[in-house]
Write a protein that binds this ligand. Structure first.
Ligand code: ZN
Length: 409
């Protein structure tokens, strides 16, 4: 077990850690409840209600239905309106057919535990502690909707944790903790039907236009940066082989290391689709998903602070290394508004496939809970540092402004 008591803590730090320790059993019970009632994106009625009520019963002011999302909430406690606002983000959505194969039941109590811990410091330190219930990370992207609605405006720093394997790291160095910006694109072609053998010359082949779009994207690949990913599927390719397809459609994802570069690539894919329309004579409809996932701007100054506390608590992880982003997350949209860290941490002592039954089991295991409680403490202590050390807060904000400007944000 990660040590419950840490030497050399100040009285306020001790109060923060003790507040979380006092709630250990209840936090684990909350996490177990979420684990036992897996609810998928935007349907997390029981999970979000359990989280919101948990905080409400402990003195937090809870606002439900945040950003028009029935399963989102903001829970906060304030002492002095002028002081910084420190936020913790709690996820709780599950995977269809699998349950908590991404461990979001643990993410929920990491954020809630940290919020409860830092709240204990408000007896002696001014500030605001907010816990955001952020639904639908696995699909739709609740945080992106919340960020767009201005829910995180006025927050000075946001922290959260995501479980991982023995390879999990806290993103302390530049180039670590990346996630790709991602835009969904739907491309539809409308042609004209005809008998595919009797009078094909009267037809306009929408499927050919879609195939040319794939070919164009494949030709583009040589000329994109190595961090870019463009991938798609055919959703409509015609009705019968003896009919010239009058309608064809595909869904694509365009991803890149920065939002600015991703937008550039989306425009190139748009021109490819227009080219395919010109070749075939089909009409093109180029439809963007309502919102993109932004790339993740990890705040390494804040991550280093979390890591210092994790080390002191005995949860030691491998050193972070610069690594290109691969997946995408709605945390990215938050990270363009507020200095953000989503730290990884291990719930398995080995490597395994993520989104699997192994993870479902680890998300309800003694190691899973023990390490999650430790991460909650480290994030609460990092929050306390931000409330009590204006120089640190300025450094965190300075890095945020610089990185965002460098990425064209
Ligand atoms: Zn996840």
């Amino acid at each position: 077990m990660v040590q419950a008591e840490v030497a050399g803590l100040s009285t306020v730090q001790e109060a923060v850690v003790a507040a979380i320790e006092a709630e250990r059993d209840d936090l684990i019970a909350l996490s177990r409840f979420i684990h036992a009632h897996p609810e998928i994106a935007m349907q997390e009625a029981e999970s979000s209600a359990a989280c919101a009520t948990f905080l409400e019963r402990r003195g937090f002011n809870v606002e439900r239905n945040v950003a028009g999302l029935p399963t989102a909430f903001r829970a906060s406690v304030a002492r002095s309106g002028e002081a910084p606002t420190i936020a913790y983000l709690a996820e709780y959505d599950a995977l269809p057919g699998l349950g908590h194969g991404c461990g979001h039941n643990l993410i929920a109590i990491a954020g809630i535990g940290a919020g409860i811990g830092l709240r204990a410091a408000l007896d002696s330190v001014p500030g605001t502690v907010a816990v955001f219930g952020t639904p639908a990370e696995e699909a739709i992207g609740g945080k992106a909707i919340m960020a767009e609605a201005g829910v995180f405006d006025g927050v000075d720093a946001a922290m959260g944790a995501h479980p991982g394997t023995v390879e999990a790291v806290c993103p302390t160095v530049e180039g670590s903790g990346q996630a790709l910006a991602c835009q969904g694109v739907r491309i539809e072609f409308v042609g004209r039907p005809a008998h595919a053998a009797a009078d094909p010359y009267n037809g306009i082949n929408a499927l050919n236009a879609l195939i040319e779009t794939f070919n164009g994207i494949n030709a583009l690949r040589q000329h994109v940066r190595s961090d870019a990913r463009i991938h798609g599927i055919v959703t409509h390719g015609g009705e019968a082989p003896n009919v010239v397809p009058a309608f064809a459609a595909g869904d694509f994802l365009v991803r890149a290391q920065t939002l600015a570069y991703m937008n550039e690539l989306v425009e190139k894919v748009h021109r490819i689709a227009e080219g395919a329309a010109a070749i075939t004579g089909a009409e093109v409809r180029f439809l963007l998903s309502e919102r993109a996932n932004f790339d993740m701007i990890t705040n390494h100054t804040l991550a280093r602070r979390i890591k210092t506390h994790l080390d002191a608590l005995g949860l030691v992880m491998p050193a972070a290394v610069p690594e290109e982003g691969s997946g995408s997350t709605d945390w990215g949209n938050v990270s363009y508004v507020v200095p953000s860290v989503e730290t990884g941490y291990p719930i398995l002592d080995r490597v395994c496939t993520w989104h699997s039954q192994e993870v479902v089991d680890a998300a309800d295991s003694p190691m899973g809970y023990d390490h999650t409680i430790a991460v909650a403490k480290a994030m609460a202590l990092a929050g306390l540092d931000l409330l009590t050390d204006p120089v640190l807060l300025q450094r965190v904000k300075g890095e945020f402004a610089e990185t965002r400007a460098a990425r064209g944000g």
